[in-house]
Design a protein around this ligand. Structure first.
Ligand code: NAD
Ligand code: TDX
Length: 328
């Protein structure tokens, strides 16, 4: 019999790409139905997944806020899910510095609502998997000489965003330790690719360059992020969901550490724009210097590794996508 899995936050960047490249695959479609919920905040756009919702009857959509415990309860009553993949979150660090409350409400309390309903189903019928989509930012920041984060690196989040994600991870852990709810957590590095909200670094740089407007570089631009193409992340998510061991954390990374300034210069070069468009601006408060991920556990246990090379493949593909949207 087909299983029904709840996907949250799939009108956003990573989730909508998951719907396209994983949830609609013929082999997966044959075995799973997916119920997608999203609150459609400023970051969610139903158009992102409209072609898939129109074309595939194994996908259903409900506009629901994961903070709404009654609606989440009713949803779990309606569908006897066998699993949950929780992509839904407030995801932008700068917004969390300005307005942290909603980060705690959605990322922590919303996650708790999903866990409580998952537990009720698990206790009633067994056979359940809950996957929490987390981030490398929960580990804090690295200096140049530090070794990349492993799954046992202590949590040391620095922004209200990363603190809310770390809190959610700990609540997830507690549901495994206390109730034995089969929970797995993925912690991934910076994603890039199509359909990302333009407040994030790569689409913002592309949009500004296409419009011949200044590209805002925080601080010195020396900060380092490890970039992963969104499809590589989503392949890892599915591997962890289907084959990961309950109670475990799995790191996912792109093996592509780059300085922000270098990435901005690559984008300018690819678009034939001058470096005079670079504009150094006031640094982000508490700006983490470097993220780097050791994903050898996921590689060894689940046979996952990132495939898309940053300069040669992923960045150009991403630039072409946004050029079609934004080039005049
Ligand atoms: P996004 O901001 O593009 O999308 C988030 C989605 O969640 C949107 O569709 C939004 O409408 C929905 N949402 C927000 N609040 C909600 C609520 N209360 N109820 C229901 N839906 C709600 O984010 P993203 O970049 O796609 O990130 C998805 C997940 O991956 C997040 O959990 C994020 O923390 C994590 N993550 C992101 C990255 C990255 O580089 N973008 C890296 C690692 C982990
Ligand atoms: O205008 C900008 N100028 C700039 O220099 C913006 C928006 C960002 N930056 C810098 C800050 C970071 O060093 O670029 C880097 C990337 O910034 P963001 O795109 O805001 O991503 P980051 O803060 O690294 O967090 C992202 O990766 C981990 C996602 O937003 C998170 O959701 C994810 O968990």
């Amino acid at each position: 019999m087909k299983q029904t899995v709840l996907l949250t936050g799939c009108a956003g960047f990573i989730g909508s790409n998951f719907v396209k490249t994983v949830a609609c695959r013929a082999d997966i479609k044959a075995l799973y139905d997916f119920v997608i919920v999203d609150a459609l905040t400023y970051a969610g756009n139903l158009e992102n997944i409209k072609p898939e919702l129109d074309a595939h009857s194994h996908l259903k959509f409900h506009q629901i806020d994961i903070r709404d415990s009654q609606k989440i309860h009713d949803l779990f009553k309606k569908y006897a899910f066998s699993g949950v993949i929780n992509f839904a979150a407030e995801s932008h660090v700068d917004r969390s510095i300005e307005s942290p409350n909603i980060f705690v409400e959605t990322n922590v309390l919303g996650t708790l609502n999903l866990l409580k309903e998952s537990l009720a189903l698990f206790e009633a019928k067994g056979n359940f998997k809950y996957l929490q989509i987390s981030t490398d930012e929960v580990y804090g920041t690295l200096q140049m000489e530090d070794a990349p984060f492993t799954e046992t690196t202590p949590l040391a989040p620095n922004s209200p965003y990363s603190a809310s994600k770390a809190s959610a991870d700990l609540i997830c852990r507690s549901f495994f330790e206390t109730f034995k709810l089969p929970v797995v957590i993925t912690r991934c590095s910076n994603n890039y690719g199509p359909l990302q909200v333009e407040e994030k670094f790569i689409p913002l740089m592309i949009k500004r360059a296409l419009a011949n407007e200044p590209l805002p570089i925080y601080g010195t631009g020396m900060n380092i992020r490890d970039w992963i193409y969104v499809d590589d992340h989503n392949e890892g998510v599915w591997k962890v969901f289907t084959n990961g061991t309950a109670g475990e954390v799995y790191n996912l990374g792109g093996a592509s550490e780059r300085q922000n300034l270098d990435v901005a210069k690559m984008i300018l070069k690819a678009l034939g724009k001058p470096e005079s468009l670079l504009k150094f601006v006031t640094d982000r408060k508490g700006h983490d210097f470097r993220y780097a991920i050791n994903f050898s556990k996921t590689q060894k246990e689940l046979g996952w590794s990132p495939k898309v090379r940053f300069e040669e493949e992923g960045l150009n593909r991403t630039i072409e996508h946004y050029k079609k949207l934004w080039a005049k």
